[in-house]
Design a binder for this molecule. Structure first.
Ligand SMILES: C[C@@]1(CC(=O)O)C2=NC(=C\c3[nH]c(c(CCC(=O)O)c3CC(=O)O)Cc3[nH]c(c(CC(=O)O)c3CCC(=O)O)/C=C3\N/C(=C\2)[C@@H](CCC(=O)O)[C@]3(C)CC(=O)O)/[C@H]1CCC(=O)O
Ligand SMILES: NC(=O)c1ccc[n+]([C@@H]2O[C@H](COP(=O)([O-])OP(=O)(O)OC[C@H]3O[C@@H](n4cnc5c(N)ncnc54)[C@H](O)[C@@H]3O)[C@@H](O)[C@H]2O)c1
Length: 211
């Protein structure tokens, strides 16, 4: 059994995903892939009502049919989400070269599995137990959610813009780094005059460079 895997943030807009199966699990996975900008084709004889709604809204493509174990899909990512473990084994075996496969009933059988996640604006926290216990994952997720800064979304929106301005300034590298560190401190973030403070710092850097 593998002990660990590398957590990744995957940009999905350039990747094609095929999901085999049309139940509750397929719905959960389709929704998160679509929300992350991915393209989804679902192959299943019937669809869970919420998945069907996504198909009607043209958020995904639906091939209404059963899949058999001797097929080979060419998608970049293949999500196996049926209630047929044997079918999953066969499709995993028949995978296309370099295709990444998700096996919904057995985390470590495939190449990827899906952590729980908490999102607050640009902040993402993901939690995994390598499939040891989704229930444990869910409990820890609740505990971590309670610890996160209340204003994380708004603070990160500010920091993203501030970082661009600081990096575009002509200060020295050390000076820029010190500024970015100070901006991220709780004291500075909670200062209601933080925009003014940043403007002052940027002006000072510009003036120093004119001397
Ligand atoms: C985190 C979360 C994200 C999400 O699903 O979005 C997630 N499962 C969640 C909940 C949950 N899932 C299940 C229960 C029932 C109680 C229980 O079994 O404990 C509960 C609890 C509940 O619902 O209360 C049933 C279940 N899940 C898996 C199996 C098969 C197996 O164990 O092999 C079975 C048995 C099916 C059966 O026997 O029929 C497998 C996986 N579930 C994973 C993720 C991946 C590993 C995550 C990790 O590394 O920890 C992994 C390995 C596959 C994957 O998806 O990659 C979400 C957290 C809640 C949240 O986010 O709020
Ligand atoms: N990873 C997780 O978090 C998690 C959670 C719950 C369940 N599971 C596992 O995932 C499996 C699926 O769960 P579910 O709740 O979506 O089940 P479900 O019964 O709602 O859905 C199964 C789907 O598979 C389709 N299907 C069956 N045979 C097919 C075939 N040959 N070709 C194409 N589609 C086919 C069915 O039409 C149905 O749409 C469960 O059996 C369980 O092992 C995983």
């Amino acid at each position: 059994m593998r002990m660990s895997a590398l957590p990744f943030m995957l940009e999905l807009s350039m990747l094609n995903t095929v999901i085999v199966g049309g139940g509750q699990l397929a719905y959960k996975r389709a929704l998160s892939i679509i929300e992350a900008g991915g393209h989804v084709t679902v192959v299943a004889p019937t669809l869970h009502p919420q998945l069907h709604a996504l198909a009607l809204a043209e958020k995904l493509r639906w091939e209404a049919r059963y899949v058999s174990g001797d097929e080979c899909f060419l998608a970049d990512l293949l999500f196996l989400c049926t209630d047929q473990p044997l079918l999953h084994q066969q499709l995993l075996q028949n995978r296309a070269p370099r295709q990444l496969v998700y096996v919904g009933d057995q985390a470590q059988a495939g190449h990827v599995y899906v952590p729980a996640k908490i999102e607050k604006g640009l902040l993402t926290v993901s939690i995994s137990t390598a499939g040891a216990s989704p229930s444990y994952t869910k409990r820890i997720k609740g505990q971590i959610a309670n610890m996160l800064p209340e204003h994380a979304a708004e603070e990160l929106a500010f920091l993203q813009k501030a970082r661009e301005l600081v990096l575009a300034s002509n200060g020295g590298n050390g000076e820029k780094r010190a500024l970015l560190q100070e901006l991220a401190s709780p004291e500075r973030l909670q200062d209601e005059r933080r925009e003014q403070w940043l403007d002052d710092q940027l002006r000072r850097i510009a003036e120093d460079n004119q001397k």
